[in-house]
Design a protein around this ligand. Structure first.
Ligand SMILES: *Cc1c(COP(=O)(O)O)cnc(C)c1O
Length: 394
């Protein structure tokens, strides 16, 4: 099977089974003592992914932590960084945001006693377009300026594969006096990130897509260094965010860890993190620079094949959704064959190629550098071309 759904759920690294066995053995052998004994005492397990995540996101170690899930982290971040005050009470986001993000935003707005209809500004692509332009984003930030409490955008749009300019959006949002946060679900492990220098206030991500941590793998969050030690910042707290040196003194008053670690709530889900860590080791060994270079070759090649098919079959038969400017896409290419998307999906599956489909008409295909080959792209594109030759009237 040629697997092009690494943007949804990455394939299992071979090393994961052993990594899980190590922790299962520790549990079986040491039980509660496993917190202090074994190869990786669980007491400190929450640190195990930090250095790799810092490298992947271009952050300082203290700016990142592996914890919770993406949506939980988004809520925690909004508790701290969506602080509506007077007229500055709006959130700017995309109309096409992932539903979980929309639910989180809407419920946070209501939590503050505000009306989502008034306080959430949703950016939509222009008429007949699939993607937002940088111009639309900058115009909206200018237009709403002093009303904006938070700008919340994706690093990579999950439907279209469009890469957003995190540094530029952050700069504009901050200039307007807003806080700026990013959902990096489709960005982390896909494109190079430089969060510390780009400077958003926060970011959140999940690890089971490009990072291959397995179903429901633990999420991560970034909090910029400028907020590392700010006791005034409101937050929802838990014992794992409490100062490590006194955590087990079990005192009543909360003293947060410096940096992102201070947003942890619960003790680490060791089994999920073991899988995540095993996968991160592969990213460390391969190096993100090398991977993005290879990713650009693969997706550039896929793009080239799709453009060629479009030339021959017509823009009505095959619409390319992902923007084509250099730097505006990562691994994923999205396209549409009109109302026949599901048929095409099935036909590809029957021929050993797995891509995915999002209603009403978006097909998403993500060759990833760790396990996809150009020959697989050829196989998929040959099948697509053949399918179109049977299904398009000319
Ligand atoms: C995959 C994805 C999520 C998933 O959220 P979970 O909390 O991990 O279930 C959220 N937002 C975006 C943009 C996604 O692509």
């Amino acid at each position: 099977m040629a697997y092009f759904a690494g943007n949804s759920l990455g394939l299992m690294p071979r090393s994961v089974r052993h990594a899980l066995d190590v922790e299962l053995d520790s549990w079986q052998e040491h039980a509660v003592e496993g917190h202090f004994r074994g190869q990786n005492p669980w007491m400190h397990y929450h640190h195990i992914c930090t250095p790799s995540l810092a490298r992947l996101t271009g952050a300082l170690d203290e700016e990142v932590v592996c914890t919770n899930g993406l949506t939980a982290n988004l809520h925690l971040m909004m508790v701290s960084f969506f602080r509506p005050q007077g007229d500055r009470n709006m959130i700017l986001m995309e109309a096409g945001a992932f539903p979980s993000d929309q639910y989180a935003v809407e419920s946070q707005v209501r939590f503050h006693g505000l009306d989502p209809g008034r306080c959430v500004v949703e950016l939509k692509p222009g008429a007949g377009r699939r993607c937002l332009t940088s111009r639309q984003i900058s115009d909206a930030i200018q237009q709403y300026g002093a009303r904006l409490a938070l700008v919340l955008m994706p690093g990579v749009q999950y439907q279209t594969g469009q890469v957003f300019d995190i540094g530029e959006i952050t700069r504009m949002g901050h200039e307007a006096g807003a806080r700026v946060g990013f959902d990096l679900a489709h960005a982390v492990g896909n494109i190079s990130l430089n969060l510390h220098d780009w400077g958003p206030d926060f970011a959140v991500w999940c690890s089971y897509k490009y990072l291959n941590s397995g179903p429901g793998g633990p999420g991560g969050l970034f909090v910029h260094e400028r907020h590392a030690h700010n006791p005034e910042l409101p937050r929802f707290a838990g014992w794992w965010g409490h100062d490590e040196s006194t955590r087990f003194e079990m005192q009543a008053s909360f003293h947060p860890m410096r940096g992102a670690a201070g947003w942890q709530l619960s003790n680490a889900p060791v089994l999920g993190m073991a899988a995540h860590h095993a996968s991160l080791e592969i990213f460390d060994r391969a190096g993100m620079d090398h991977l993005t270079e290879r990713a650009a070759e693969l997706s550039g090649y896929l793009r080239h094949r799709l453009v060629d098919i479009q030339h021959r079959r017509g823009a009505d038969a095959l619409e390319l959704i992902t923007p084509h400017e250099p730097g505006s896409y990562g691994c994923q290419q999205s396209f549409s064959v009109g109302s026949h998307g599901e048929e095409l999906l099935l036909s590809l599956q029957q021929n050993g190629v797995l891509i995915d489909f999002r209603r009403p008409d978006i097909l998403r295909m993500a060759p990833v550098p760790l396990y996809n080959q150009p020959e697989e792209i050829d196989r998929c594109c040959d099948l697509l071309d053949h399918w179109l030759s049977l299904h398009t009237k000319s």
